[in-house]
Design a protein. Sequence first.
Length: 369
Amino acid sequence: MDTNLHFTLPTEVFSGRGCVAKQAQRWMLGRHALIVTGKTSARLSGALDDVCACLDARQIPYVTYEGISANPDETQVYAGAAVARTRGCDFVIAIGGGSVLDAAKSIAWVVASDVPREAFFNGVPATDPVLPIVAIPLTCGTGSEVTQYSIITDHEAKTKKNVSSAAFFPTIALLDAHYLTSLPKDVLCDTALDALSHAIEGIYSLKADCFSRALAETAIGVLMPELVRMAHGTFVNLAQLQYGSMVAGMVIAQTGTGLVHAMGYPLTYYKGMPHGRANGVLLAGYLTFMQATCASLTERILAAAGLSMPEELQALVDTLLDIQGCFREAPTEEELEVFTGDSLRLEVVRRYRTLPSPEEVKDLYRMGF
Ligand SMILES: [Fe+2]
């Protein structure tokens, strides 16, 4: 086994019931907090109340920006940054799913580095300062609490763009699975499929090494039994899902994502499919495609998942989407042309030994529907 590796994870992670209050002294990272949330989940889960109680007890002032929607664009980033500027915030607390955590990272950058809007998608200079970030995830898919990525929709390019910097790793991540109890079942399922795709894509990446692959196998082994339980409609262990999602996040922090994400983005942008669901429908076809050139890695993935062939994963995803009543509208041939072009233009597809042809990408889309 090749044991050469490169592993980075500057985020301090705490998990367990009540960890927000228990670790409160550790996450007081400044003198005035910007709290970034989505529309409802921060309040519904109780996380926002817990955070505000900790800040109040320490007399740390804060302002809340609750304007982040799914697939945030730079308009939301700049609106949040404006709120932070007017109040002189010097640290950011992100409470929500991947969209909230990702937007909060960009807000922390825009505020600290005074980034002009026209330069937002031009990349983050390595020397740019970023406000310290506290990440409290309320879904179990993104892994953003332990990554350097901020995925922001670029309407001009008609896709999601990866705005990332080593300085985007949250300083501290607080994972309390109790906050997931108010999560709708379809969101739970979609985000878990996202986490599974992170682990699977991470294993195949050219950047993967023995350690990131071991982490990915762990994530797959933790996530799959919960997805099977979801499909059977039985009790799902939220702490396990949250843990598996975080471990898969640690994987993509090293490897990045790949073809499934590149192909999933157009399904989200043009068809409105939730990010994790878009990845989920493409996963089995991707495994089949990769099996031809990466047989031993595919074997490892299937073994970790407790499967003997990719078709079993397709059956599981179909069941999961059926029980949620999710209707999947197959892309038209014209749409496939656009989606294929968009996904092959993204840099992430080059992180693999096997670059699919446009026809192969179209077939992979067809297999998912
Ligand atoms: Fe993802």
